[in-house]
Write a protein that binds this ligand. Structure first.
Ligand SMILES: Nc1ncnc2c1ncn2[C@@H]1O[C@H](COP(=O)(O)OP(=O)(O)OP(=O)(O)O)[C@@H](O)[C@H]1O
Length: 511
């Protein structure tokens, strides 16, 4: 398949500028580029979601005219989206038949769909229950459903647009295996990711785009540093420079902090933790062990059924979000699309979303200050946009994340709680954001980070608190070996985990 001279403009912005690219059966082609480079735009054109202004897409010399995803699917193109396109209240099998022409397995042929889910699940070892409701499935499994949807259509060209951003390390490994299998069957894969180790692990071909243009190609033996430099056009320091913490007073004190979900199940279980000003505590753990609920309960959107949260001496245990924010909490949610911004509002509006009173005078919004605040934040956080009045919905994913962080980090804070702070963000921006978080720490803010990225935890943490089934298994130093951390994440206390790792090392040394 050839994409030839693809150009796409949004008003004055050229998101794709004459991009030429080949997708070859039996090869994984990684598309790399900084936030806003134009990767998703290009893939949306290939899947018929957007129309190119110029250029052609052809297979075997035949030009395809793709006006919608249905036509793309008919041409053998499948897409696994960055944000899932599934209907949450439907089952897996029901989602499989959605949007399909009756005839292949028509709208009512749920049995056919169920059978196909089972067959494909077995063949690719994807393990999906056809009768499960999509909303009850963890994100990793939802993504498998998207992959199954594409495979049900026997897609020969598969687009994976940042599929690993929301996955746990184990799910990522499993996805890499699936991608290799699909490649070895002779399918062509286009894979977008910001995680360079994944590129190095699976790429056969690598194309880098910057500001809408192809700026280079690389071979899979390129180092992560070389790829980073090619992506952002300068050398990137992938490790965080930070001095040892200077501990201030205890700012956040959690005592027997216990949180229940809507069904009444305890998800954070008698948790005790203190975070001082001037330190970064990272919560490490396999997703789904209560980390997100802990963060949300601190904000005030989940029910605390026992224990207390004290912030700077004030009891914030049962405060609603508006009050906790006024009490000095900065909050970066796990799901930016759902909880981080209002998509139809402009960047400028989103940057002052939770503190309009500070941008008002005599009861009216001070539009001049809102505008100058937006100019400053866009510049500081390098938010790639054509205008501060652009709706946040139409920003690239990574730039949306930068808007959320820019808003939360632009007022004096007592405590910053950030859940997956750099999700979907390019390496250059991660370098900036990590340094910015350390700067926040050095202003005597208490920082609590939840991250499933061990590299992020290791680079940011002054202490690591490992969470398992709603409890803290142990609080350890940031240089704790990964295998010890891994055992702790499975619920093994530190001493036992350290002994077990030591024992297996000695046994291996003896062999
Ligand atoms: N509907 C739209 N209206 C206006 N501008 C848009 C629209 N869709 C995308 N853009 C702009 O096009 C540019 C490219 O965005 P795109 O989503 O393709 O980037 P990306 O490379 O996928 O970035 P990321 O890595 O952050 O996901 C961005 O500047 C974005 O704001």
């Amino acid at each position: 398949m050839h994409l030839d001279g693809i150009t796409k403009r949004f008003g004055s912005l050229t998101a794709n500028d004459s991009i030429t690219l080949g997708l070859v059966p039996g090869r994984i082609h990684c598309l790399l580029g900084e936030n806003g480079a134009g990767k998703s735009t290009l893939m949306n054109i290939l899947f018929g979601l957007l129309r190119a202004d110029e250029g052609t897409i052809s297979v075997g010399g035949n030009v395809l005219h793709l006006e919608n995803p249905k036509q793309a699917m008919a041409a053998g193109i499948g897409m696994v989206h960055q944000h899932f396109m599934l209907i949450p209240v439907f089952t897996v099998a029901e989602n499989m038949v959605l949007g399909r022409e009756p005839g292949r397995f028509g709208k009512l042929d749920l049995n056919g769909a169920r059978k196909l889910v089972r067959q494909l699940s077995d063949r690719y070892r994807l393990d999906v229950d056809p009768d499960a409701l999509v909303e009850d499935l963890p994100v990793g499994i939802q993504q498998r459903v998207e992959i199954l949807k594409a495979l049900a259509n026997d897609a020969r060209y598969l687009i994976f647009d940042e599929p690993t951003a929301v996955l746990t390390p184990q799910e990522i490994d499993e996805l890499m295996v699936v991608m290799r299998t699909l490649r070895d069957e002779g399918r062509a894969i286009c894979f977008i990711t910001h995680k360079l180790r994944e590129v190095v692990a699976v790429a056969d071909d690598i194309t880098v785009i910057r500001r809408g243009k192809v700026v280079g190609e690389a071979t899979p033996d390129a180092s992560e540093g070389d790829l980073a430099e090619l992506m952002v056009g300068r050398a990137v320091n992938l490790t965080v420079d930070k001095a040892p913490p200077t501990l201030g007073k205890e700012r956040l004190v959690l005592t027997d902090f216990t949180v229940a979900n809507a069904a009444g199940t305890i998800v954070v279980d008698h948790l005790n933790l203190t975070v001082s000003g001037g330190e970064i505590v990272c919560i490490a753990g396999v997703q789904g062990n209560g980390q997100t609920e802990l963060a949300e309960a601190l904000l005030g959107t989940m029910a605390v059924i026992h224990g207390t949260a004290i912030l700077d001496g004030v009891d914030v245990t049962h405060m609603p979000p508006k009050k906790t924010i006024e009490a000095g909490l900065g909050f970066v949610p796990e799901d930016r699309q759902r909880d981080g911004f209002v998509g139809d509002f402009s960047i400028a509006e989103n940057l002052v979303l939770n503190r309009t009173t500070s941008f008002s005078s005599v009861g009216n919004l001070d539009l001049g200050r809102i505008r100058s605040n937006a100019d400053e934040r866009i510049e500081e956080f390098d938010i790639r946009t054509s205008s501060q009045s652009q709706p946040v919905r139409s920003l690239s994913g990574g730039n949306q994340q930068k808007v959320v962080l820019a808003r939360e980090l632009s007022r004096p804070l007592s405590l910053l709680v950030a859940n997956q702070p750099t999700r979907g963000v390019d390496v250059g921006a991660i370098e900036f954001l990590h340094n910015r978080i350390v700067k926040e720490r050095d202003r005597d803010t208490a920082v609590l980070i939840v991250s499933t990225e061990l590299e992020e935890v290791e680079s940011l943490a002054d202490r690591i608190a490992v969470m398992y089934r709603g409890r803290i298994v142990g609080v350890v130093e940031p240089d704790t070996p990964r295998d010890v951390l891994g055992l702790m994440m499975a619920g093994v206390p530190f001493e036992e985990a350290a002994r077990s790792v030591e024992k297996s090392r000695t046994e291996h040394a003896d062999v």
